[in-house]
Design a binder for this molecule. Structure first.
Ligand SMILES: [Zn+2]
Length: 397
């Protein structure tokens, strides 16, 4: 059995988050060592892994890198010409959002604090840029280009892949294997297990089963891939077409978020497992089943991230806790700021992001909420109660 693989890749270049002090992180960077630090408290619920591509490094155009220019002048920061420690506002928010999309989660509060600086320095280190923790407009624009899904696919079929290969092109292959119904992790590493899967595919495609993926093999794999999951519009249509209308709400105003048969997973899918990196619990269910809001609330985030996939965060719930729903099949049709009630359709069960099985990864964060000062707590007792009230107890396996 495969468990939903939304944990950080154990072996990825971006090591699992662990708390370090900012000076320690900077010292590691300065020493040119492989940095394995992440912002304290920035453990992504869906798991974090940084794409391993080297094909689209942003241009090194930071003004701070010019000869004789001071690294950052306080005036430049105040004027907003550069983003650095102490900067505030919508451009900081844009930077934080981009860092998140690049697999470096930070609070998106528009305040450039120590955690944002560590994440930015880590990005600069990995991309071979001047590691100064400062982003000017050109660097921010380059980072945004780098974070776009189209660019993350760049490099596909540009080299032969074999055991040992690492990169977003490997991850793209892993996603294609998933689309073929082959359950593999999407950590971007061509492991012996991936070679075995590729051999099987090569046999089925009447290719030489050498477990080495040539450029033409990669293209062939892509061409033979079944239709992709529905686009946002299709998901919206499915949701609004009334496929999700039967949520039974309990006396406490909560319901179970999956409308259909589901079950708990194996070890590693529960709260606090994987060395504390798993900040929610996984409920396994078929892809395409409707998801509904567990309670009333307001949509706080509706985004895509490399590990969490398509995800939604709902705030202003009856208990004041934030709820996170991850790995949706497509983007939720709900807009940020939209009000929901218990049972409002929010999307479909999927396996987007770093997930090898169809499931809902669900998190509950104490007030003031998700990556804004709250803490994750174990949602299993609540889910169990809501499922029972909704008449959808976990299936036995
Ligand atoms: Zn999970």
């Amino acid at each position: 059995m495969h468990r939903p693989n939304d944990a950080p890749s154990r072996t990825s270049r971006a090591a699992r988050p662990r708390a370090v002090t900012l000076p320690t992180a900077i010292a590691l960077l300065a020493a040119g060592m492989g940095l394995t630090a992440a912002p304290a408290g920035a453990q992504d619920g869906g798991g974090v892994s940084v794409g391993g591509t080297t094909s689209a490094a942003p241009a090194t155009t930071s003004a701070a890198g010019e000869a004789a220019a001071p690294a950052t002048s306080a005036a430049a920061v105040r004027s907003g010409a550069v983003l650095a420690l102490g900067s505030k506002g919508s451009r900081v928010m844009a930077l934080q959002r981009t860092l998140w999309q690049l697999g470096l989660p930070v609070a998106r509060d528009g305040a450039f604090g120590a955690a944002t600086e560590v994440a930015l320095r880590r990005f600069e280190h990995e991309e071979g840029l001047t590691v100064d923790g400062v982003a000017d407009a050109a660097q921010l624009a380059a980072m945004q280009r780098r974070a776009s899904p189209r660019v993350q696919e760049r490099g596909f079929a540009s080299r032969t892949l074999r055991v040992g290969s690492v990169g977003t092109d490997v991850r793209a292959i892993q996603r294609l294997l998933l689309d073929h119904g082959v359950r593999v992790p999407t950590h971007g590493k061509y492991t012996a297990a991936i070679r075995t899967r590729i051999r099987s595919w090569e046999s089925s495609a009447s290719l030489r089963a050498d477990g080495v993926l040539s450029r033409s093999d990669a293209k062939r794999l892509r061409e033979s891939t079944p239709a992709p999951p529905p686009a946002d519009a299709d998901a919206a249509a499915a949701v609004t077409a009334g496929r999700a209308t039967s949520a039974r709400v309990g006396a406490d105003g909560y319901t179970f978020p999956i409308l259909g048969a589901w079950h708990w997973g194996e070890a590693g899918t529960f709260f606090g497992e994987r060395g504390g990196a798993h900040q929610g619990v996984d409920a396994l269910a078929d892809c395409g089943l409707p998801l509904v809001a567990a309670s009333s609330g307001v949509v706080k985030h509706n985004e895509v991230q490399s590990s969490a996939g398509n995800y939604l965060v709902i705030t202003d719930t009856p208990t004041g806790e934030d709820q996170a729903y991850m790995h949706l099949q497509a983007r939720s049709p709900l807009k940020v700021g939209a009000k929901v009630q218990a049972g409002t359709p929010i999307g479909l069960v999927g396996r987007s992001g770093n997930a090898s099985a169809c499931h809902l990864h669900f998190e509950l964060w104490t007030a003031p909420g998700w990556y804004s000062g709250g803490k994750p707590r174990d949602p299993k007792p609540d889910l169990t109660r809501w499922a029972s009230a909704a008449g959808l107890p976990a299936a036995r396996r």
